[in-house]
Design a protein around this ligand. Sequence first.
Ligand code: NAD
Ligand code: UDP
Length: 335
Amino acid sequence: MKILVTGGLGFIGSHAVVELLDDDYEVVVIDNLYNSSIDVIDNIKKITGKEFSFYQNDVCDLDALEKIFSEHKIDAVMHFAGYKAVGESVEKPILYYENNLLSTLHLCKKMIEHCCFKLIFSSSATVYGNPKVLPITEDCKVGSTTNPYGTTKWMNEKILKDITVANSNFTVIVLRYFNPIGAHKSGLIGEKPNGIPNNLMPYIVRVATGELEMLNIFGNDYDTPDGTGVRDYIHVVDLAKGHLKALEKAISSRGIYYYNLGTGIGYSVLDLVDNFEKVNHVKVPYRIIGRREGDIASCYADPSRAYKELDWKAELGLEDMMKDSYNFILKQKKG
Ligand code: NAD
Ligand code: UDP
């Protein structure tokens, strides 16, 4: 079975490609390298010992998609390609709406033209906005998004729903990720944001290596056990494995399905710092500063639907996430 992976050289996509190759799927990747590097190809090959096809193209480019679908009989698509920086999306909404919506529209158009009807879509817990009830189930209200990035995910979900209504063969598995962190055990692939990181985990590792002086914790006056923000951190390898389960579901079903991919456990910012220091025997100096605009107090999943219907649950714990994130960055520094 041949799977097209858009954004397959990015953080989550590269881990999904590894899992697909390990499970003997044939893989075709399209990535324009906007937020990834060509070295990831060799690193995936080193990890898996397997080959895959790569197209350095934009998913919004209909001609490039036509070429891929003509050259390969694609059975299903995992669509990771997209922009994901919340702050940047506020500054550049047109860029975000254009890339995140057009890529999906053009991809679906070409899929249908080439009779490929199975899609796994990367959505986000951000579609739930500021949750009224915790843990968050898939039936919680969506759409009260607080930034253009989140709105692109919600709009994608609506577009995909309409496409499944109009095309009875078309099947979509919408995966709403919570907070993916960690890296592959090998230390060969992981998350390497350009510039100063916005997200907590990449920031912590850069403080630990001494590249950044100290972590700024955005507020300790939230209504949480220690006052700092609580999130559901999930190991990227667990997340990637969830995509293979979603693929099996897509192959055997019709229609559109929604799943939370999280652990169901909420950890605070201070929990992460403490755990990181203990596991890696390194100090992470921090100071408390004001809240970050748009942040919410707590967000964690009820992942039970994915367990019941996909037979998937997260296996790796916080210690693995801390260890693997640090291992990846140390290996990168060594070159
Ligand atoms: P990433 O930026 O590491 O990977 C995305 C990849 O897509 C990159 O390699 C980039 O070069 C590529 N890309 C972007 N636009 C493209 C285009 N038009 N054509 C071709 N390639 C393109 O991001 P990630 O963390 O791996 O996230 C993957 C998906 O999961 C994204 O859709 C993201 O919004 C979603 N998501 C991520 C998180 C997270 O915290 N990482 C959480 C929820 C949802
Ligand atoms: N956070 C922080 N300092 C940072 C980055 C993040 O205190 O430099 C906090 C943030 O306020 C939130 C948690 O860490 O409570 C997770 O933030 P992240 O940006 O990683 O994910 P998201 O807010 O998208 O869930």
